[in-house]
Design a binder for this molecule. Structure first.
Ligand code: PZK
Length: 279
């Protein structure tokens, strides 16, 4: 099969007219992929994304063709999907302040041109979720763009639809997750056009690799939040004083791998309310 795109964590293959999105067990912290995989991570996140796609199908059509018509070496961690014309805007919804959104707020009081009230802290809940689109800058890092920039690039109709659908997906997902003890602070969605020019939700959806998942019981604005899944790896890596957070990262000890795997399973089980079958 032809590799069409290789990301840090996932790969994209062409299979005739279809694409196969294949998730690995790789994990990154501080944007650096570590040399030790988390066994099962690719499967868990793929199955969680599929669960959400099915749940959200009433809000927006998606690119999934099959989760089972997959070569055996990728079983469970690949999705066969329709090839779309991808929209070059990352559609981000934020309900809480963290990451680059926090940086932007501190610098300007706004994110993607959306003014936010004064006095918010790291991890604060926003008065209401906001659409904060970004584009891949040439530097490789994402750059916020305003809604008007999206209008200029895609037209007012498409821009409004993307904002509406993104906020609806976030609202629905965050509400459901919150009822199960998980705060989804923000999420990044990717869309494409089908041949009939309808908008289709692509990539992965509402996983902890495309979103910030926080344990609701630990949430406390005014400090960096604890991530539901990666926190063990982050905490352990911060004890490796010889690592400057540049590649290559250090190998992860077995007990940190196991604890991290358990957190991925826990997020899957809390959200879907189904036992992870391979646990
Ligand atoms: C597509 N990516 C990003 C994700 C990678 C790269 N349905 C689609 N049709 C056409 N293109 C894409 C998709 C999807 N999804 C997605 N780039 C193109 C990406 C994962 C791994 F290497």
């Amino acid at each position: 099969m032809e590799l069409v795109h290789s990301g840090k964590i996932r790969d994209l293959y062409a299979d005739g007219p279809d694409l196969l999105l294949v998730a690995s067990d790789k994990i990154s912290v501080y944007d650096v992929v570590l040399p030790t995989p988390i066994p099962g991570k690719g499967k868990i996140l793929t199955q969680l994304s599929l669960w959400w796609f099915a749940r959200l199908a009433g809000i927006v059509p998606n690119h999934v063709i099959s989760a089972t018509d997959i070569p055996p070496q990728w079983a469970g961690r690949a999705v066969r999907c329709r090839r779309l014309e991808m929209i070059p805007v990352e559609c981000i919804a934020r309900g809480y302040l963290a990451g680059l959104g926090l940086d932007s707020y501190r610098a300007s009081g706004s994110v993607s041109g959306v003014p936010l009230p004064p006095g918010l802290a790291e991890g604060s809940k926003l008065p209401e979720p906001v659409f904060t689109p970004s584009t891949k800058a040439t530097s490789g890092h994402d750059e916020f763009v305003t809604f008007d920039d999206v209008v200029a690039e895609l037209g007012a109709g498409t821009a409004s639809e993307l904002r509406r659908i993104t906020l609806e997906v976030y609202q629905h997902g965050a509400e459901l997750a919150a009822s199960r003890g998980i705060i989804i602070a923000d999420t990044k969605l990717e869309f494409g056009w089908a041949p009939d020019r309808s908008l289709v939700l692509a990539d992965e959806v509402l996983t902890s690799d495309s979103s910030r998942f926080w344990a609701a019981e630990d949430w406390q604005p005014g400090r960096p939040q604890r991530y539901l899944d990666k926190q063990f790896v982050r905490d352990w890596s911060s004890t490796i004083t010889s690592w400057d957070r540049r590649p290559p990262g250090p190998p992860i000890p077995a007990e940190v791998v196991d604890a991290t795997r358990r957190r991925y399973v826990e997020a899957y089980e809390r959200i879907t309310q189904e036992p992870w079958p391979e646990d």
